[in-house]
Design a binder for this molecule. Sequence first.
Ligand SMILES: Nc1ncnc2c1ncn2[C@@H]1O[C@H](COP(=O)(O)OP(=O)(O)OP(=O)(O)O)[C@@H](O)[C@H]1O
Ligand SMILES: O=P(O)(O)OC[C@@]1(O)O[C@H](CO)[C@@H](O)[C@@H]1O
Length: 314
Amino acid sequence: MTTPLRILSVTFNPALDLVGFSSHIRLGELNRIESLGLYPSGKGVNVAKVLADLAIPVTVTGFLGEDNQSDFVQLFEQNNIRDLFYRVKGKTRINVKITETDSNVTELNFQGFKIQSQDWEQFIAQSDSWYKHFDLVAICGSLPDGIEISQFSSWLSHLKSQGLKIILDTSHSALSEGIKAKPWLIKPNQKELEDLTNHALTNLDDIIYSAKILHQKGIENVIVSMGDKGAVWVNDQGILRAEPPHFEHIVSTVGAGDSMIAGLLYGFIHQWDKIKTLRFASAVSALAVTQTNVGISDELVLNNLLPKIKLTTL
Ligand SMILES: Nc1ncnc2c1ncn2[C@@H]1O[C@H](COP(=O)(O)OP(=O)(O)OP(=O)(O)O)[C@@H](O)[C@H]1O
Ligand SMILES: O=P(O)(O)OC[C@@]1(O)O[C@H](CO)[C@@H](O)[C@@H]1O
């Protein structure tokens, strides 16, 4: 039997997500919001939450504000998530997420804490031994102020040179600079891919063309997520498209992409083929949009979703 892959999930800029519902948001006016929850989150934390629900051992790291860490600590303890977060002075940010009746989700993501150069230096010194303990490192979400983008990119290259498989799920300059390190997998959504290529991608052919170019540049797996239109996965084995079922009622799309990353990791750990892996990842992410928070709330519902994912080899 082969040794299971060991997973590290990194969140440099976590958040407490304040999730709510309003029939209609009026800009510039007072809006009364129904509270749906306050969840310790951030992209890599969400990935870990889903993996923990799927009974996969996972370690988390990144930066966490020491002044409001209790909800995170409780989450990690209750879910057996190994906590290697580096504590920094101050508070982790709160992000606001509001779903409206028409399923539109408005997100207000705040900037977060500022990382001091000594925090970054200590963090990367610790990361130098990751290759001994982990196989796959998922680096998820935005970079807080204080992390120089060029340092970030050369750090990624260093991790890669140590033999780690890097999954990079970020945006803006962290993505455009990060891909220079040729991560093993990236999962931009359509908007992130548009920003990266500087083109409006109006149809599936355009999206696939751009994904292929990134793949040819040395990124082994390029997966573009397209919200309710599903995802396409370009790698050496070809192009695979997944389409989720249609949901009349969306609770919150927040964390759908993170749930997809967790589902992909689950497939890699079990050495599933590409079709089985993307089917599972798509079902996990589709489940996420029916909930206020990420996670596998009901395995039966997840299993019922699996046959409803349409897969097409293109
Ligand atoms: N409305 C929806 N119905 C069904 N499945 C959905 C819907 N929205 C998203 N998904 C599923 O979730 C996946 C990821 O969604 P999306 O492209 O919105 O990711 P994202 O923008 O990275 O999300 P986030 O940053 O909030 O985690 C999609 O590929 C799809 O499988
Ligand atoms: O500001 P970032 O780091 O890009 O994204 C942060 C965030 O929007 O991502 C998660 C959903 O994917 C949320 O839990 C969190 O608030």
